[in-house]
Design a binder for this molecule. Structure first.
Ligand code: NAD
Length: 291
């Protein structure tokens, strides 16, 4: 029997993920604070349902919300998931939050008889649309096994990396790699451009060499087009790198490069660019090099 899925948070990521679950044949109910986001998916065959009714009726609820405060509110408020959960409900939080929040929510969930997984994703909007997201999961193996068919509806590589909090910690590590890569690409582009190099030609010359990467191929064409439409906003990546630094400080792990990145994000925010795609990191380098 196909599972009934509730999906909460129908933005850049949640909208295409819900479409793929519908395509995979699941019965999907949806909720968002934005009515337009709900209507778009009701037009595609989803049902509109409030959070409490989802908790009573669904087999699995997925949350794909901006940050920990939104996830916490959806789980613990009076009309939230935990207070109305039917026995055996599985809640999969696919938002990118910090490990302390993920562990605390999983412990609370248990008290209500809810099985919880933290399962953030990587791949951005293009892979959310293709249904090929990379998914890093934290939680219990039994819950993971029961959820695999749902994960396969939205993702390609789905890996249980450890217990509660491990999925979001792996995602924080992923975000260091992604954002520092964009910063490295930006430094290189601004240097070459100021030296008078044709960036399009340089990109074609280097992309098959050791500097070639998913980030180079994803971001350079957009930077060349001056297209900073998100994608993943600087705001959302700044939230992740803030969580990276908090987690690193808790573990006494110095992260000199990530702390620089956070300063770059603050500068872009002060410059009114926080809702640009994180490919817009290049605009910081352009500004300080006066190009
Ligand atoms: P988004 O801002 O586009 O969408 C978030 C949605 O949540 C919005 O539609 C908003 O109305 C809704 N929402 C907010 N609070 C709510 C609440 N209390 N109840 C119901 N709905 C609520 O964000 P996004 O880009 O889709 O990102 C969602 C999550 O996915 C974030 O945690 C982000 O870090 C992560 N993520 C994003 C990307 C990306 O490229 N955009 C990639 C990987 C992971």
């Amino acid at each position: 029997m196909s599972k009934k899925i509730g999906f909460i948070g129908l933005g850049i990521m949640g909208n295409p993920m819900t479409k793929n679950l519908l395509k995979a044949g699941f019965e999907v109910s949806v909720f968002d604070l934005n009515e337009e986001a709900i209507s778009r998916l009701v037009d595609q065959g989803a049902k509109k349902k409030n959070v409490a009714d989802m908790a009573k009726e669904m087999d699995v609820i997925i949350t794909m919300l901006p940050a920990a405060a939104h996830v916490r509110e959806t789980m613990v408020k009076k009309e939230g998931i935990f207070a109305h959960a039917r026995k055996g409900l599985i809640v999969i939080d696919m938002s990118s939050i910090g490990p302390k929040d993920a562990i605390e929510l999983a412990q609370q969930a248990k008290e209500y008889g809810v099985e919880m997984l933290d399962a953030p994703v990587s791949g951005g909007e293009p892979k959310a649309i293709d249904g090929t997201l990379s998914i890093m999961v934290g939680g219990e193996e039994d819950t993971f096994e029961k959820s695999l068919e749902v994960f396969k509806g939205v993702g390609k590589d789905v890996v249980l990396v450890g217990g509660h909090g491990s999925g979001v910690t792996a995602k924080l590590a992923n975000q260091i790699i992604v954002n520092l890569n964009i910063a490295a690409v930006s430094e290189a582009l601004v240097l070459a451009a100021k030296a008078g190099i044709d960036i399009e030609k340089m990109y074609q010359a280097i992309r098959g060499g050791l500097a070639g990467s998913t980030i180079l191929d994803a971001k350079v064409p957009l930077i060349l087009d001056r297209n900073f439409k998100p994608g993943g906003t600087i705001a959302i990546n700044m939230k992740d790198i803030t969580n990276v630094m908090e987690t690193a400080h808790d573990l006494d792990v110095p992260l000199p490069m990530s702390s620089q990145l956070l300063e770059i994000f603050h500068s872009l925010k002060a410059d009114g660019k926080v809702m640009n795609d994180h490919g817009g990191i290049v605009q910081y380098y352009e500004k300080i090099a006066n190009t």
